[in-house]
Ligand binder design. Structure first.
Ligand code: PLP
Length: 286
């Protein structure tokens, strides 16, 4: 069965899908995106992801080419056509194709809308969570608006590659004051020495994760203490536990940071506990 993608109103074979070389995302990374988990054939927290897409569009003065209802239909169609039970859908909107010029194209230039789906391996993800991941730290060299989910991800790409080459899965980005902002493609959390969950506030220094927001709700329901404040690398080294969150990783325990063990060096019970109940709380959107 060949994979099927969606490009500007058409469902086509993924291998044949393409956009213009004049597309603004190709030339300027002038686009926004979302990644939504598919779990048991359902889109998880779709409402939050689509709301964030709208916010990203607003912040960049980019017109979404389809309304929320149409976007939901497209994503469902992709899940069905690709027979995805567990995996993800990816949705990208760009400022369209126009002769190369930094300034916006003339009004009425249609935005580009691309979406595709991929299957995941639930068992492999669980095994990874039970083993835990390694993280390395590096300076956060991104622009000052990482709260917008743009396709402009070069610092994240470089950070992630550096992590991979160091035998780690994720990079934690450190701001100029020495605080951990977030991961290259995830939000960063610790469980401090008193047992409180600590994560950076959702200000302009991080992407306000949809998974992060859901975890805040779950933590509250479970009576866990949560403090939304920036933490330093030293606090992370001294933490009982650490983990990352995101639509692709859900809750993934961190067992080592810059080669130093976190806690006992094994996935922590808070992280694994949150992971275990995640889908009991995160709604499959109507
Ligand atoms: N932070 C960054 C930089 C990300 O790229 C992502 C996800 O891709 C996240 C955080 C987590 O966001 P979400 O939970 O919405 O997937």
């Amino acid at each position: 069965m060949s994979r099927i993608a969606y490009v500007n109103g058409r469902y086509i074979r993924h291998a044949d899908a393409g956009v213009s070389i004049d597309d603004r995302a190709f030339l300027f990374a002038d686009g926004i995106y979302e990644v939504i988990e598919v779990f048991g054939g359902e889109l998880i927290d779709e409402t939050g992801h689509l709301a964030r897409l709208e916010r990203s569009a607003r912040e960049l003065r980019l017109n979404l080419p389809a309304g929320e209802g149409a976007l939901r239909l497209i994503l469902r169609e992709l899940v069905a056509r690709n027979r995805v039970t567990d995996g993800h859908v990816y949705l990208q909107v760009t400022r369209g194709a126009a002769r190369r010029d930094h300034v916006f194209p003339r009004a009425g230039t249609p935005a580009t809308l691309v979406a595709f789906a991929h299957r995941g391996d639930r068992a492999a993800a669980e095994a990874k969570a039970q083993a835990g991941i390694k993280v390395i730290s590096m300076p956060d060299i991104r622009w000052k608006r990482p709260d917008i989910k743009t396709t402009s991800l070069l610092p994240n790409v470089l950070a992630k590659q550096q992590a991979r080459e160091a035998g780690a899965y994720e990079a934690w980005l450190i701001d100029s004051k020495g605080y951990v902002t977030e991961g290259a493609s995830s939000n960063a959390w610790i469980v401090d020495e008193e047992g409180a969950l600590v994560t950076h506030p959702a200000d302009s220094a991080i992407l306000s994760g949809i998974t992060r927001a859901r975890l805040l709700q779950i933590a509250a329901a479970k009576g866990l203490r949560v403090i939304e404040r920036a933490f330093t690398l030293d606090e992370a080294f001294a933490a009982r536990e650490a983990f990352i969150s995101g639509a692709t990783t859900l809750v993934m325990p961190v067992v080592a940071l810059d080669g130093r063990k976190i806690g006992s060096g094994a996935p922590g019970s808070v992280a694994l506990g949150l992971r275990a109940v995640f889908h009991d709380f995160a709604p499959a959107s109507p």
